[in-house]
Structure formats: structure tokens, C-alpha cells
Write a protein that binds this ligand. Structure first.
Ligand SMILES: NC(=O)c1ccc[n+]([C@@H]2O[C@H](COP(=O)([O-])OP(=O)(O)OC[C@H]3O[C@@H](n4cnc5c(N)ncnc54)[C@H](OP(=O)(O)O)[C@@H]3O)[C@@H](O)[C@H]2O)c1
Length: 326
């Protein structure tokens, strides 16, 4: 059994819960930081029972116990997620405070590493609030004694991920998709399976320590391409048409009407799509060489998961599937 002691933040989330299963599969014993208001529901049992500590990144006192005796921490947390646009507006300040609290506690505990999954995009690109905030969190986490690896990703394709579920619901429900122009912005989506390979791979690859590394799938695609691809994979006939001058807020309300993703989550994601999100370098491919999953396969995998019993790995917050499908 590997000897590293790992703290996982965000274990109830879309990515965190899947990473917990992956680390368990690899033999790691994991401590999970869960907010006091939440429970970690694991529908499939793990081989090694995880240790649960209750805490909140916005409550610095609750982090001391969580970090005690740990070697590495995964930082898989963000504060978007209010049901309404008003509720989600404070996410930047919350994320700044959460990252600062976590870094201070990590330095005080003598943690060796943080592995953070953030977003692609550079501050010089007139970034959306969401993507700028993800960059800011990375900068904060790299500003202490602890060595922080930043992995930067665009849309992650997997069942239960907010961006993917928007594609799924829009295409499933609408024969003609009238979309704002930003659906044509180029991006480099990545399959959840590859994200997990990279996150876990960093643990045993010391060359990734302290680095910022872009991760992306094998294809450059716009959101419109992804919608068309989803329709092809499902055998649906769909038309995607661009409409000029649609305000982001209007798009977010529209998405919340057609899909189960609330406007408070859809707005920052929609704003983020105005920025190109393509890997600027591919160093990760030499450091952690893995076969890249095509987006067609990633979509099939997400659909297969649904056939197997959707929602098995989905978090309370990230699960946008209706109850009867969970
Ligand atoms: N999904 C994507 O397509 C995508 C793409 C690129 C990058 N990423 C990055 O991947 C990371 C994880 O995203 P995700 O999609 O897994 O998000 P998610 O499903 O919404 O999960 C967010 C997690 O953060 C936890 N959290 C929020 N505030 C917290 C706090 N104050 N204290 C402790 N825990 C808190 C939530 O816990 P509760 O259950 O208690 O709410 C939840 O476990 C983020 O850094 C995100 O930027 C995601």
C-alpha cells in the first residue's frame, strides 16, 4: 500500500468523488474533508474505508485537524453553485478566502504538496470572472512554502459535470438549438477519465511539483461542435444556430429553464466560454504519458455510466440528473 497520506478536499464533488475511487483503487488511504452540513454518500463501497474529517475552507480553525500528519492535499473546491445569480455573485471573494485559509493551514502543518485542478485561460486574455478567479486561486496556492502543482483544464466531459450536463440536456430536449455566438469559441475539452489519470499520476511524478501544467483532450472543439458530436453519438438530428448579441444573463436563465443546471452555475460557465481555452503547452504528455480519450468515447462513457445506474458517483452539488435517473 502506498505510504503517502492524502487529504482530499471536495470529495462530495463531481471530480473529488471520482478521484476518491481512483486513489482507493491505487491503494492509497485517503482522508476526506467534508463540510459539516454534508455527508459523503458512497454508493459503491471502497476497498479502504476513508477517514472523514469535518471542516470548511472558509473556517480556518477547522483546517488544522484536517491537515495534521498529511503529506499531500488535493484542492478540488470552488464556491460557485448558488441556485440564483445573486447567490453566486460572491464566489470570487469566497474562493480567495478559501485558498488563503487553506494555504496558511497547509504551511503551518508542514504539508509537502498541494495538487489543484483549475481552469485554462490566462489573465492577459480579458478572462471571465470565473476563469480569473480560478487563476487567482492557483496563484495563492503557489505563494507559500508548500509545493503546489496546478493542472489547468477546459470543460471536463463526464456524467454529472455541469458543463457536460448543459450540453446533454440542451441536445436531448431541443431539435433546434439557437445559441449565443460564444458557443463557437474554441476549447480543448478533456475526458474525466484522463483528468483522473493526471491527478493521480502527479502523486508519483515528482517532476510535476510546483509546476503549472495544461491538460486537454486530443481535439480542439467549440461548445457547438460538442453539441453536434453529442447529437451524432446519440443518433439525434439537431441543428445548432448562432444568434448574435445574447447577454450572458439571458443565456444563463434560458439554460436554467431547459436544463436542471441553475442560473447561478450557468452564468459563470457561460461567461467563461467567451475565452478560448486551449492548452498553451503539453509538458504533461511527457511527464505522465497516457492514451488520450477522444470526445466521442468520453460522451459514450458518460452515457454508459447512465445505463449502469447514473448518479453513482455524483455529488449533491454537481448532480444535475433528475431523481428518477439517479
Ligand atoms: N467540472 C468541470 O468541467 C471542471 C473543468 C475545469 C476545472 N474544474 C475544476 O475542478 C475542481 C472541482 O470541480 P467540480 O466540477 O468537481 O466541482 P463540484 O462538483 O461543484 O464540487 C465542488 C466541491 O467543493 C466543495 N466545497 C465548496 N465550498 C467548500 C468549502 N468552503 N469548504 C469545503 N468544501 C467546499 C463542495 O462541497 P459540498 O458538497 O459541501 O458543496 C464540493 O465537494 C474545481 O477547482 C474546478 O474549477 C472543473
Amino acid at each position: 500500500m502506498p505510504s503517502k497520506k492524502i487529504l482530499l478536499t471536495g470529495p462530495t464533488g463531481f471530480i473529488g468523488k471520482r478521484l476518491l475511487y481512483k486513489l482507493d483503487e491505487l491503494g492509497y488511504h485517503v482522508r476526506c474533508l467534508v463540510r459539516p452540513s454534508e455527508t459523503l454518500n458512497l454508493k459503491i463501497p471502497l476497498t479502504h474505508e476513508p477517514e472523514i474529517v469535518y471542516g470548511d475552507l472558509l473556517d480556518p480553525d477547522s483546517l488544522t485537524e484536517a491537515l495534521e500528519g498529511m503529506d499531500t492535499a488535493y484542492y478540488l473546491v470552488h464556491s460557485m453553485g448558488g441556485r440564483s445569480i445573486r447567490q453566486t455573485l460572491a464566489f470570487e471573494e469566497k474562493d480567495r478566502n478559501a485558498a488563503t485559509n487553506f494555504l496558511n493551514a497547509a504551511d503551518a502543518a508542514g504539508l509537502s504538496r498541494i495538487i489543484y485542478l483549475g481552469g485554462l485561460g490566462d489573465i492577459t486574455d480579458n478572462l471571465s470572472h470565473h476563469l480569473a478567479s480560478r487563476q487567482e486561486v492557483g496563484k495563492i496556492l503557489q505563494s507559500g512554502q508548500v509545493k503546489t502543482t496546478i493542472l489547468r483544464a477546459a470543460v471536463i466531459v463526464g456524467a454529472g459535470g455541469a458543463a457536460f450536463e448543459i450540453v446533454r440536456y440542451l441536445v436531448e430536449r431541443l431539435p433546434v438549438l439557437l445559441c449565443p455566438r460564444w458557443v463557437y469559441t474554441e476549447s480543448q475539452p478533456i475526458a474525466i477519465g484522463n483528468v483522473l489519470d493526471y491527478l493521480a499520476g502527479c502523486l508519483e511524478t515528482p517532476e510535476t511539483e510546483g509546476k503549472s501544467l495544461d491538460i486537454g483532450g486530443p481535439q480542439i472543439l467549440s461548445y457547438a461542435d460538442l453539441m453536434r458530436m453529442y447529437a451524432r453519438v446519440r443518433g439525434l438530428s439537431r441543428t445548432v444556430l448562432g444568434v448574435p448579441l445574447v447577454p450572458f444573463k439571458l443565456s444563463a436563465y434560458w439554460v436554467s429553464l431547459i436544463t436542471p443546471v441553475p442560473a447561478g452555475v450557468a452564468l459563470p460557465l457561460a461567461e467563461g466560454l467567451r475565452n478560448k481555452a486551449i492548452c498553451r503547452e503539453n509538458k504533461i504528455r511527457d511527464l505522465i504519458p497516457i492514451p488520450l480519450i477522444s470526445m466521442e468515447t468520453a460522451i459514450c462513457n458518460a452515457l454508459a455510466e447512465e445505463a449502469d445506474g447514473p448518479g453513482k458517483l455524483l455529488s449533491h452539488q454537481a448532480c444535475f440528473l433528475p431523481d428518477d435517473l439517479k
